[in-house]
Write a protein that binds this ligand. Structure first.
Ligand code: HSE
Length: 445
């Protein structure tokens, strides 16, 4: 039968804000092209939103708009429910109810998948429905598809991503204009690029959700956001960005997950990255994900990580996948987390103290004979090897006649517990005059 003769697949939308409007508009604009790909037309048949008047204005008079999400879930005509409400509260209940009602679910909700994914996938498996979440990680970049399908031949070794546009924008502003974090945040908020409450972004939680999802798909482990190490960018200052630059590095907030001999690393924190790497040059609100895989080697996925139509692009890709597979046996579908549910690994997520990486240290020290020798002596006693050092003239740091100076040390790899102990020892030296700044460093070679 010609695809145009099949009845449309019917979609119910929960929440029609920025992303929901994008989904509606792109589906309308590209309907012919999407029909040719999906083999069946995809129709938004019902929308639930608390602001029904605004929602009706977006979708026009031919789409039913209600203020009760449960009316969408209860509608037997609806095949797919798109959840665009966000958060773990009501969104979780509605997704579980939609699955129980036998609906396929598409969501952009990274918090929900990273925290409650195991429960959601188990319910979906029981009911034989699909749950798709391409838009949850890096917005429009098809990174879930790449990890789950494109790289399926490979043993994935590590992933490192700039997966939060707000913080990348702030870091770009800090570097370009020499601003400290607080000032850059205010600038970015004034420009409308950061939420009024940007806590999840600047504290690294949003990136933590996204890297948790990528880790699960890359290594076939359950989603375990509670075991992720999450550190944001609020403690960074212009001085460290400048020193890093002088040493040939940029500072980026990276979501990192790595397969190592004794488990899996899962962490988000500011990282020095060599300025010559492509990913170090990703600026503004753009996202990029670097994947190291054994057969293919390194790949880099770059694009818009947020916004109405970029995110809609990912949501609609999921709609097309589900439309093609609607009615197919569950065994013919790609598993939610890329690996078959009975073949998941129980590799442990390593605590941060067991992670091995290299470091940037900045010490404010008294400008006296022997200070450098004491500091490097403690590192040597701990078995921590120094890669590079920078010492500023006291005058440059503290003005004419200053008796303090900054000592910047880059180390080679060492286990974090060892570095913590060495920092505690250096901190107790009377000639170390302020809390030591430590930023991790990733060569991404
Ligand atoms: N708040 C996110 C960011 C966008 O700044 O990247 C959606 O994930």
């Amino acid at each position: 039968m010609k695809s145009s003769n099949l009845t449309p697949i019917k979609v119910g939308l929960l929440g029609i804000g920025t992303v929901g409007s994008g989904v509606f508009n792109v589906l309308q604009r590209n309907q012919e092209e999407i029909l040719r790909r999906a083999g069946r037309s995809i129709q938004i048949a019902m929308v639930a939103d608390l602001d029904t008047a605004r929602a009706q204005a977006v979708v026009g008079p031919n789409v039913q708009v209600v203020n009760d999400a449960r009316a969408v879930i209860a509608n037997p005509e609806i095949d797919i429910v798109i959840e665009l409400i966000g958060g773990y509260g009501i969104a979780r209940q509605l997704v579980m109810e939609a699955i129980e009602a036998g609906k396929h679910v598409v969501t952009a909700n990274k918090a929900l998948i990273a925290v409650h994914g195991t429960e959601i996938f188990a319910a979906a498996h029981r009911k034989g429905v699909m749950v798709a979440f391409e838009a949850a990680v890096a917005g429009g970049i098809p990174i879930i598809k790449a990890l789950r399908e494109g790289l399926t031949a490979n043993r994935i070794e590590w992933i490192a991503g700039i997966i939060n546009g707000t913080t990348n924008f702030i870091l770009s502003e800090m570097r370009d204009k020499g601003l400290d974090f607080d000032v850059a945040l205010k600038d970015v908020q004034r420009l409308g690029y950061a939420e009024a409450d940007p806590t999840f972004d600047i504290e690294g939680v949003d990136a933590g959700h996204k890297v948790t999802i990528m880790s699960a798909i890359a290594f076939g482990i359950p989603v375990q956001f509670d075991k992720a190490y999450v550190e944001g960018i609020t403690q960074l200052n212009a001085q460290d960005i400048k020193y890093a630059e002088q040493l040939g590095y940029r500072i980026k907030l990276l979501g990192i997950t790595k397969r190592v001999a004794n488990g899996v690393e899962l962490r988000v924190h500011p990282s020095l990255v060599p300025a010559k790497r492509l990913i170090a040059n990703v600026e503004g609100a753009m996202n990029a994900v670097m994947v190291q895989a054994d057969a293919l080697g390194t790949t880099l996925y770059y694009g818009k990580g947020a916004g109405s139509e970029p995110t809609a692009s990912a949501v609609i890709a999921d709609l097309v996948d589900i439309t093609r597979l609607h009615g197919a046996e569950a065994a013919q579908r790609v598993p939610y987390l890329a690996f078959q549910p009975d073949a998941m690994s129980d590799a442990k997520i390593l605590p941060m103290s067991e992670v091995v990486t290299s470091y940037y240290l900045r010490l404010k020290v008294a400008d006296q004979a022997g200070v450098l020798a004491r500091v490097t002596g403690l590192l040597a006693e701990a078995g921590i090897s120094i890669d590079a050092m920078l010492q500023r003239e006291a005058d440059e740091v503290g003005g004419a006649g200053s008796t303090q100076t900054d000592l910047i040390i880059l180390t080679h790899d060492c286990v974090e517990a060892k570095m913590n102990a060495a920092i505690a020892q250096m901190q107790s030296l009377p000639t170390v005059l302020a809390p030591i700044t430590r930023i991790r460093k990733e060569e991404l070679a």
